[in-house]
Design a protein around this ligand. Sequence first.
Ligand code: ZN
Length: 368
Amino acid sequence: MATQPALEIPRPPRIAEAQIRLLERLCNACAVSGNEGEVRKIVLEQVKPYTSDVRVDALGNVLAVRRGQASQPVRVMVAAHMDEVGLMLVDDEGDGIFRFDIIGGLNAAQLVGKPVLVGRGRVPGVIGRPIRISDDEDRDEKIPLDALRIDVSPDNAKRVKPGDYATFSTTFARLGPSLRAKAMDDRIGVASLIELLRNAPPNIDLLAAFTVQEEVGLRGARVAGYALNPDLALILDCTPARDLPAWEGDSQAAGQENRLYNTRLGAGPAIYISDASTIHDPRLIRHLVETAEQFHIPYQIRQPGGGGNDAGAVHRQRTGIPSVSMSVPGRYIHTPATIIRLEDWKNTLKLAHAALSQLTPAVLAVER
Ligand SMILES: [Zn+2]
């Protein structure tokens, strides 16, 4: 395989300045689960020039269908979630101090001192802890969510209220070969899906689902999978890259292999085998791997284990929908700042597009 020249991919989408700018807009938008409006608005504006078959369903998913030209096209659902993990104010304690809750998988210990934006008015605040961390005992203590508050200052207290969402205020930045942003999980998938719609391969019906509420239990994908009723599904997401060296102070791990390793930056799109909610379809895994090798696109196999994404809901829909996932690896996912490599994004989009372009009913007709 390695000695053959790379084949040409039909009309591959390109990631250039405009695509990076769009990703920046998507990442800087605030759209915690259940409040995806800001991202939905950008998605609608971006997909409408490419298909008239666009609808927003009752939960807020954007379903955009672009039909191919084949007589019996494979109907492929490609999904990416619009929501991000975040916070919600739950109680006004006066003087601009608010008690808050966590929406999605966030660790309270990582929140102290982080700047946030609250409500539709994007009122700036900071996550504080009433008790000062001073001595060694305090430093090692587990920080309960109850001990934290969002502080917007007394002057701004009237501009926010319990029920308002809050997101981290991190802004998008380019750092050499990397991109840093909040919500890279899964705006990177949303940006990729927009590009796939723009450059949809003619051999398939592309059923694009920009889903809501993934981070709180794959809720939007469940109804989107039912409504679209595809032959198969490809989920595009961002997955943790736990590829830093083991911490020297961790006596169990010191000098040993990184036990948490699952993907690493720079090694290409991460193809899933299994996670906590899905055994990914072996025929589709094979199709992705064979396509990557055929077109000389780097890829990695995400190490099996926990986590999960919209595939967990989609593959169990109706009478079963063969599903597979592919992710851009990201460091520090579900924190205020995630880092990805631009090359990994380019290769993920390239592989997704090539794999869709090569799809025929024969891919699912083989023995598993
Ligand atoms: Zn995700």
